[in-house]
Design a protein around this ligand. Structure first.
Ligand SMILES: CC(C)(COP(=O)(O)OP(=O)(O)OC[C@H]1O[C@@H](n2cnc3c(N)ncnc32)[C@H](O)[C@@H]1OP(=O)(O)O)[C@@H](O)C(=O)NCCC(=O)NCCS
Length: 356
């Protein structure tokens, strides 16, 4: 095969050929991975439909025309997708500008969040500076919003418009935010995702995120709180001057309670003291969303009092309250006992910010 070539040289050549073949295979495989399996399946179906029609002499022209159009649109989609990775044809990734607000609101709806989108003024003056968008032909088709803390970054929202899903736009946005985190010296990032959101979890796992803890959302009918209050305990709205003491006793990070108060909605921060007057629990309630956003107790018996004290702040139209529970098992077990039902599980995922 290689006349006149030494055995060593021949071996070197075939090694190089092998390496180049493996590189080509890896490149082809990575291209395949960028194509949505759904689209590849669609293309195969469209092709066989057209082949079948062409093989039939008396196929109606409108059927043939429909099959040709179907195949053309699938092929166009496939071609657009194959240009991905930095050069995704016709798409631009850029920082959000004020006029993107309407698109942000439209895409935000796909998060199926209990919260409303950030109000216009707050978005324009604050959030949009931490938002990247993907634009194509003057349309915003995806966005990602983040926050950077001292030690880590957090992905707050990531949405890709339906027709653009499965084309790695989400990954492209995450990588772009990741390189900003790297530049800021942050090496880890976190993201919260609903446990049943398969596509999002697959994307995050591919990006190196791993599940770290679970958070739960419980739903409770206010009426089920008709419990006899503990005569010795007292629950009142917490004054900011009491924050530090409650944080210390309830083992919350310093400044946690003041962060609760900073929500864009009205927040009722309530604190329970036990018979001896010691802090026994604290909760943040958002009446507009009928939601207890944070809740900590040092004994599960403190919870009914704490929640019952929030009830007068509820809006008349809300007959249920949602309680968000993180690691605090005491809160979860007390809620079970009150007849609450678990409606959602959220995973907190964490991972190293990629180097590239
Ligand atoms: C989650 C989301 C941002 C992923 O964005 P994306 O650009 O589609 O991400 P990817 O292309 O990497 O696809 C992720 C997975 O979803 C699958 N997928 C999702 N929607 C798809 C679609 N319409 N067509 C084909 N595949 C789809 C992909 O096959 C992929 O799975 P795989 O890794 O096993 O191949 C996007 O699905 C979305 O906006 N969902 C609604 C909002 C949401 O849930 N956001 C996340 C909140 S934590």
């Amino acid at each position: 095969m290689y006349p006149g070539m030494s055995t060593d040289r021949r071996q070197e050549n075939s090694e190089a050929l092998r390496e180049s073949a493996l590189r080509q295979l890896a490149a082809a495989e990575s291209l395949l991975r960028q194509l949505s399996p759904k689209l590849v399946a669609e293309l195969t179906t469209s092709m066989s439909a057209l082949r079948e029609l062409l093989a039939t002499d008396d196929a109606a022209p409108e059927h043939v025309r429909a099959a040709v159009e179907g195949l053309a649109s699938t092929t166009a989609g496939l071609t657009a997708r194959s240009g991905f990775h930095g050069s995704q044809r016709g798409t631009t990734l850029r920082r959000a500008v004020a006029s993107d607000y309407a698109a942000y609101v439209r895409l935000f709806a796909d998060l199926d969040s209990l919260r409303p989108p950030v109000p216009y003024q707050d978005w324009v003056h604050d959030s949009r500076h931490r938002t990247l968008v993907v634009e194509t032909a003057g349309q915003i088709v995806a966005y990602c919003a983040w926050e950077a803390y001292r030690t880590h970054g957090r992905i707050c929202e990531l949405v890709v418009e339906k027709p653009w899903r499965g084309q790695r736009l989400g990954e492209r946005l995450l990588r772009a935010v990741g390189s900003r985190f790297r530049e800021a010296g942050l090496s880890t990032w976190t993201i919260n995702v609903k446990e049943n959101n398969g596509p999002a979890r697959r994307l995050y796992e591919r990006m190196g995120f791993r599940s770290r803890s679970r958070w739960y959302e419980f739903e409770l009918v206010w009426k089920s709180l008709a419990v006899s209050p503990d005569a010795g305990a007292s629950t009142v709205r917490l004054k900011t001057t009491e924050d530090a003491r409650f944080e210390r006793v309830l083992k919350l990070a310093p400044g946690r309670l003041s962060r609760w108060r900073r929500d864009v909605h009205e927040v009722i921060v309530m604190g329970t003291r036990d018979r001896r007057g010691l802090p026994a629990g604290a909760a943040a309630f958002l009446p507009e969303l009928a939601r207890v956003n944070a809740c900590y107790v040092n004994h599960s018996s403190a919870l009914p009092d704490l929640l019952a004290a929030l009830e007068p702040f509820r809006w008349a139209k809300h007959d249920k309250v949602t309680v968000f529970v993180d690691r605090d098992r005491k809160v979860a077990s007390a809620l079970w006992r009150l007849g609450a039902r678990s409606v959602l599980t959220v995973l907190e995922m964490r991972g190293p910010v990629p180097l590239d």
